[in-house]
Design a protein around this ligand. Structure first.
Ligand code: ZN
Length: 82
């Protein structure tokens, strides 16, 4: 099944819109995403974003831990008897 505008025969750019982006003709429901499909798509998007954010956070935390360890490791041995 190809998603083309029945009016201008151009491919539908955004199946979330109820009208053709080229000619503005109303598109039949069967060519559009159903609300279910849109919700699923949004969830997938959010999941991807959440995963990416979690990866970034983990990387940040690892970097932070490394920096902290470096800061807490004295370059010189602590002075004894002080
Ligand atoms: Zn059109």
């Amino acid at each position: 099944m190809s998603f083309v505008c029945p009016s201008c025969k151009r491919p539908i750019l955004n199946r979330r819109l109820k009208t053709c982006s080229y000619c503005g003709a109303a598109l039949p429901a069967e060519l559009l995403f159903t609300p279910d499909e849109i919700a699923r798509g949004d969830n997938e998007d959010n999941e991807q974003k959440a995963k990416a954010a979690a990866r970034r956070k983990a990387a940040d935390e690892a970097e932070e831990a490394k920096n902290k360890a470096a800061r807490h490791t004295p370059a010189l041995p602590p002075m004894a008897g002080f």
